[in-house]
Design a protein around this ligand. Structure first.
Ligand code: NAD
Ligand code: MG
Length: 397
């Protein structure tokens, strides 16, 4: 049934890279959807365009100064215009069957939690919300009778090959990584890397923040934590393998030595389609995998000296408590500072490590009693304050 009757859908972050892929998939597949809401951060022109095409009940822009422009653009269309973070949370909780969570950063946490409380299927691209408050978010979705299906390509791959009846027989989750644009660069060159070079990813076209995360490989660090929470796998059973072609999206090694992998061309519409139709498969004119055209696939181990973010994330996962939350917040601050040319490329990981150390020595990584999401947001806020100080010190140097 899910694919024959229209599904009520909300797309959070519709104007971003994943949002565009989601709407493109709906277009290409002709999947029966009724869009209740589209939400965006600040790109009002694109939001208007999308709303006029898809006619949701409401289009929400986070930036309240753009409400007037949104109203004007939607005049006479029957689509309601709204603005602000509270309106995004309301849109997330409209009672959709399926919610695409594709806001970037911990800003996506509150809307994602609101959607999870309604028992919707959450298609989760927004990995930062999981890293910020994963256990709480998953518990809320479960309690409401909903589910969280990963959209991140690695986690979608694992989700597709991890047989629930064999979950206790998993020896290792192996996350593949392209290695990013600086895979072959030495540290001296990386120290001079510009934002333009960092966002030029070899295989994927993505938002600026995740592109920088791919360049530092903090993206893989975040994904290790995401995988550990999603699949209940301890830190020492989550590994990273560099695979520059991005064809094998990840692997699951079982206790008997058998390893299962999921493959496909690098196109995010494929994991989105999986999250939309699971356990069914959505027919659409997807680009097909031509392995002969690749000729060969290659693999290497990650270099933790040039990419310390992987080790930082592993340590945060090992520490537990609020460490992943603080790490994610510090990374968001440091990436923004790098994109604003306030700090150098290698300062990003250094600032994250420095923030974690300061937080830890202040006792700021322990989780207090009470609401887990509120607690995560508090740790997120204090990590941002400390990270801003750490970044300012690097900036002055
Ligand atoms: P993006 O920057 O292209 O898009 C982000 C979207 O969120 C936009 O619609 C933007 O307007 C909106 N937004 C930004 N800040 C907001 C705020 N404070 N409040 C409300 N809305 C806000 O990013 P993206 O590449 O589409 O990535 C989205 C999420 O998906 C990220 O968490 C990223 O890690 C994850 N992801 C992306 C890809 C990819 O291929 N792009 C792959 C895997 C996972
Ligand atoms: Mg990924």
């Amino acid at each position: 049934g899910a694919l024959t009757s229209p599904r009520k859908v909300v797309v959070l972050g519709s104007t971003g890279s994943i949002g565009l892929s989601t709407l493109s998939l709906f277009e290409e597949s002709g999947a029966p959807v009724e869009i209740l809401a589209l939400t965006a951060g600040g790109n009002v022109e694109r939001l208007i365009e999308q709303a006029l095409r898809w006619r949701p009940q409401v289009a929400v822009i986070q930036d309240e100064t753009k409400l007037e422009a949104l109203r004007n653009g939607l005049a006479g269309s029957g689509v309601r215009a709204a603005a602000g973070s509270a309106a995004i949370i309301e849109a997330a909780a409209m009672g959709a069957d399926w919610v695409m969570s594709a806001i970037v950063g911990a800003a996506g946490l509150a809307p994602t939690v609101a959607a999870a409380r309604t028992g919707a299927v959450i298609a989760l691209a927004n990995k930062e919300s999981l890293v910020c408050a994963g256990p709480a978010l998953l518990a809320i979705a479960k309690a409401a009778g909903g589910s969280v299906i990963p959209v991140d390509s690695e986690h979608s791959a694992i989700f597709q090959v991890l047989q629930p009846e064999c979950a206790h027989r998993v020896a290792r989750l192996i996350l593949t990584a392209s290695g990013g644009p600086f895979r072959t660069w030495d540290r001296a060159a990386m120290a001079q890397a510009t934002p333009e070079q960092a966002v030029a990813h070899p295989n994927w076209s993505m938002g600026a923040k995740i592109s920088v995360d791919s360049a530092t490989m903090m993206n893989k660090g975040l994904e290790m934590i995401e995988a550990s929470y999603l699949f209940g796998t301890p830190e020492d059973r989550v590994d990273v393998l560099i695979h520059p072609q991005s064809v094998i999206h990840s692997l699951v090694e079982y206790a008997d030595g058998s390893t299962l992998a999921q493959l496909g061309p690098p196109d995010m519409r494929s994991p989105i389609a999986c999250a939309f139709s699971w356990p069914d498969r959505l027919p659409w004119p997807a680009p097909r995998l031509d392995l002969a055209a690749y000729g060969q696939l290659t693999f290497e181990s990650p270099d933790l000296d040039r990419f310390p973010s992987i080790a930082i994330a592993r340590e945060a996962l090992r520490l537990g408590g609020g460490a992943p939350t603080a790490m994610n917040a510090a990374n968001e601050v440091a990436v923004a500072a790098f994109l604003d040319r306030e700090i150098g490329f290698l300062d990003i990981a250094a600032a994250v490590a420095g923030t974690l150390e300061r937080m830890n020595s202040l006792g700021g990584l322990s989780i207090a009693e009470g609401d887990a999401v509120d607690n995560a947001m508090m740790i997120d806020a204090s990590a941002r304050r400390i990270a801003a100080e750490v970044v300012a010190q690097k900036h002055r140097r």
